[in-house]
Design a protein around this ligand. Structure first.
Ligand SMILES: [Zn+2]
Length: 175
């Protein structure tokens, strides 16, 4: 972790809060998300979609089938929208450095089409990339899809899994 990264994290503590939503399919995390949403202090929810199914399985040992995951995320994100929350996409690219423009485009396309299909009345206009990692293909695709790329430090941020002790990433949380 470099000094600039730590400084950005410290400064962002004083900015409006955003939540990176990666575990809304987990019932325990979902309870915390609902409470947090009703607090009314989160300005954006950057939500991961079934386009990142492999990421869910690898990183959180998610045992749901793709169909079950779709259903849970659809119902829960819908609840957030119904309760006045602003949702925007969040995508994790595996092996970004070796990904071609076409590979990355598939993630953009499946994320965008899932969101549009599920929430046709909701307008999506921003993107946060997993681990804040992006490259020139990402920038080009953001332009193509009409999404503003949000960079590290623009907002305060935390992960939904930081809301419960089970997944607490202590260092990240303190910073
Ligand atoms: Zn993430």
């Amino acid at each position: 972790m470099d000094v600039k990264y730590i400084l950005r994290r410290l400064v962002s503590k004083f900015k409006p809060l955003t939540l990176h939503v990666e575990c809304a399919w987990d019932d325990e995390v979902w309870e915390k998300i609902k409470t947090k949403a009703l607090d009314g202090k989160v300005v954006r929810w950057y939500v991961i979609t079934p386009a990142n199914y492999e990421y869910f399985k690898t990183n959180f040992n998610c045992q749901l089938s793709l169909k079950e995951l779709h259903k849970k995320l659809y119902e829960r994100y819908n609840w957030l929208i119904d309760n006045g929350q602003r949702l925007e996409p969040h995508i994790h690219f595996d092996l970004l450095s070796s990904m071609s423009y076409e590979n990355q485009r598939e993630f953009f396309e499946s994320t965008s089409s899932w969101l549009k299909e599920c929430f046709p009345k909701h307008n999506f206009s921003e993107l946060v990339c997993g681990w804040w990692k992006y490259n020139k293909h990402t920038l080009k695709l953001c332009e193509e899809f009409g999404w503003k790329l949000i960079k590290h430090g623009e907002f305060g941020d935390m992960h939904d899994y930081d809301l419960i002790a089970k997944y607490l990433n202590v260092l990240y949380h303190i910073l």
